[in-house]
Ligand binder design. Sequence first.
Ligand code: BLA
Length: 311
Amino acid sequence: KSANPPVLISKNTNLTLTRRSQRFSFRVSAVSYKEFAESALEETRKRVVLEPSPLQERYSSMRGLDGKTQLQMLAFKSPKIRLLRSMAIENETMQVFDFAGFMEPEYDTPIFCANFFTSANTNIVVLDLNPLHQLTDQTDYQDKYYKNIMSIYHKYDEIFPWGGKLTGESIKFFSPLVMWTRFSSSQEKHKALFSAFLEYYQAWLEMTIQVKEEIEPSQVKANREAQHKYLTWRAQKDPGHALLRKLIGEAKAKELLRDFLFNGVNEMGTKTFIDYFPEYQTEDGAVSDKRSIIGKSFETRPWDSNGLFIG
Ligand code: BLA
């Protein structure tokens, strides 16, 4: 008789614990990309003096049209880094992360690019040091920046295999280091993604510290134009646009893209999207709404394990 109450209590306790741990495990499996940004910034501050970017005053946080989606923006600069910026989007069903670093045109360092999209059951990931210059006609650029760090990619190639066909045009913005992958959420995968992100970021940060200033005006001009072409592409055709428009509306999405995410597109050059990508011109001279002219390509990874392009 006297043994009954403790048994009941322990049953109740168990039930509560189970529920709590279920709730807990649900929470921890939802990844928080704000922590990714904070960690990268913390690593940066150990090596580089960061100043707030003037963009930070105009962009800090926004709420989506649904009242439930939060957008958090961070923006910094340094004497060499023109713009280091982050956007993290969160609501009950998805998390988005877009973290990028762009150099001043006196430096030819690649562009840091982390774009992670997470919804209830899928993750779409691009993590890369996007080459500033086309790798096919400048093998010395590939040797300078990628040859010695291919091991970083190989560390993650099993857990994050090639994500399959993608917009054909995107490939020329990617390097042989690119991690392009899709996966279902799990704590293990998100933990690995976090370490991959920091490892790629450290490699980029090291490059920004080592790089020597270019003094040849023609080279500075080439760097500036290459960055402008990249910004022009992404401000116009990035895959996240449709979702961004849905979340905050057409006008705000356009402003965010052109003034914050791909800042420099209005200032670093005067060429238009059609100047760079004439294949997108429609009969009446406008820019085609199509995301891609080539279509989806590259079912498998187009680089061999040494980083040689095999198409
Ligand atoms: C999908 N995002 C994708 C895909 C790629 C990228 C390759 C697969 C679809 C495709 O082949 O185009 C990412 N593509 C890139 C990147 C570059 C590129 C980083 O060319 C750089 C040069 N993604 C975001 C943001 C959002 C987002 C900010 O970075 C939302 C606000 C969403 N990306 C998103 C969604 C999809 C996607 C919803 C799936 C929809 C689709 O496939 O079009």
